[in-house]
Design a protein around this ligand. Structure first.
Ligand code: ATP
Ligand code: MG
Length: 334
């Protein structure tokens, strides 16, 4: 299938008062047309940073230090400001983790949706456009669309703000939809409805979706492929069916064991230790200090990404991936 977005060997850094944070190192990721791609990893692993780098919305102290980002054949890193603005408004919709920052605080939700619709779609009478606004707000499961349309962003909950942002994003018929933690803070029912919505959108718009979440249960439910990020490095990627049933990286294996929806009747086992600081990256594998499979070789040099299954595009950044496959998750039965 046609590749929509391709991130290759990306490095992102942030300047901070006492040095430089190397937040993403040699990160690659692809999204094809009509595909839902999950991006998972613990808090602080760099998920939002990757999304923000793609839409070039990194904080002012951050920059892409190396690598490339190609969208529909266009090099995003060398695109002009006006090209970028047009790509963001027309072809890529980014529903940020922090929606308040992306909404205009001094315009009602209705006015913001209306503005996008008028910019991107043939519009008829004012009443017809109003109807279209309510329709989009209803489509993202916002209750009482006409009432919500009258409100300002600060009068909405975080989850409602994100859905308003999604409504605005959808009004421009994007080719790529980036959703950053769209289900966090939603109750289970609303979350299930939201996931159904994403499925419908995929069918209706044939867009590519990059779904960012620390919730592996959500990814296993709706994603086709998954990318596992740890402390700024992509440790494993492949089809959800492969990665979740036969992980080829110790981190993925450990992470799955912490997910009740996936570990099912087995005991949930937290990963010992903590995610390393990113201002002083150690040699060797970034997960070595927490890894049950680690040997001396793991703590020096560069660890390359290895192919687990070329046909299925399954890769793991681990010297011992074969060992990991041979020793499936060891979680005690209840
Ligand atoms: P979460 O699940 O909590 O949303 P995340 O995976 O989205 O986490 P990021 O927000 O991308 O993580 O952060 C990745 C790393 O980059 C963290 O160590 C964070 O502290 C650092 N970082 C992000 N933005 C900045 C910034 N503007 N200045 C300095 N460091 C930053
Ligand atoms: Mg984040």
């Amino acid at each position: 299938q046609e590749t929509l977005l391709s991130v290759d060997s990306l490095d992102v850094k942030f300047e901070v008062p006492d040095g430089t944070i190397h937040a993403l190192r040699d990160v690659s990721l692809a999204v094809r047309k009509g595909e839902t791609v999950g991006l998972a990893g613990e808090s602080g692993s760099g998920k939002s940073t990757l999304a923000l780098a793609i839409v070039q919305y990194l904080d002012a102290n951050g920059w892409v230090d190396d690598g490339s980002i190609t969208f529909e054949g266009e090099d995003l890193l060398s695109a002009s400001k006006s090209d970028l603005r047009s790509i963001r408004g027309n072809r890529i919709a980014h529903v940020a983790q922090n929606p308040a920052r992306s909404l205009n605080p001094s315009m009602t939700i209705g006015a913001q949706v209306r503005e996008t619709i008028e910019l991107h779609q043939e519009t008829g009478s004012s009443e017809e456009t109003d109807e279209r606004v309510y329709e989009v707000l209803d489509q993202v499961n916002l209750p009482d669309p006409a009432g919500i349309a009258e409100r300002y962003p600060h009068e909405l909950s975080g989850g409602q703000q994100q859905r308003a942002l999604l409504a605005i994003g959808l009004s421009c018929n994007p080719d790529l939809l980036i959703l950053d933690e769209p289900t966090t803070g939603l109750d289970v029912t609303t979350q299930a409805k939201f996931l159904d919505l994403v499925e419908d959108l995929k069918t209706e718009y044939d867009a590519g979706i990059l779904l960012i979440t620390h919730n592996l249960g959500v990814i296993s439910e709706i994603a086709d492929r998954v990318n596992i990020l740890y402390a700024g490095e992509m440790l494993e990627k492949g089809p959800v069916d492969d990665v979740f049933t036969a992980p080829a990286n110790p981190y993925t294996q450990a992470l799955l064991a912490t997910t009740p929806e996936i570990a099912e009747d087995k005991e949930v086992k937290p990963i010992p230790g903590r995610i390393p600081e990113l201002d002083d990256i150690p040699d060797g594998c970034i997960f070595a200090d927490r890894c049950e499979f680690a040997t001396d070789e793991c703590t020096s040099g560069d660890i390359e990404t290895e192919t687990v299954d070329a046909e299925r595009d399954h890769e793991s950044r681990c010297l011992h991936w074969q060992d990991v496959l041979d020793n499936p998750i060891d979680v005690p039965e209840k």
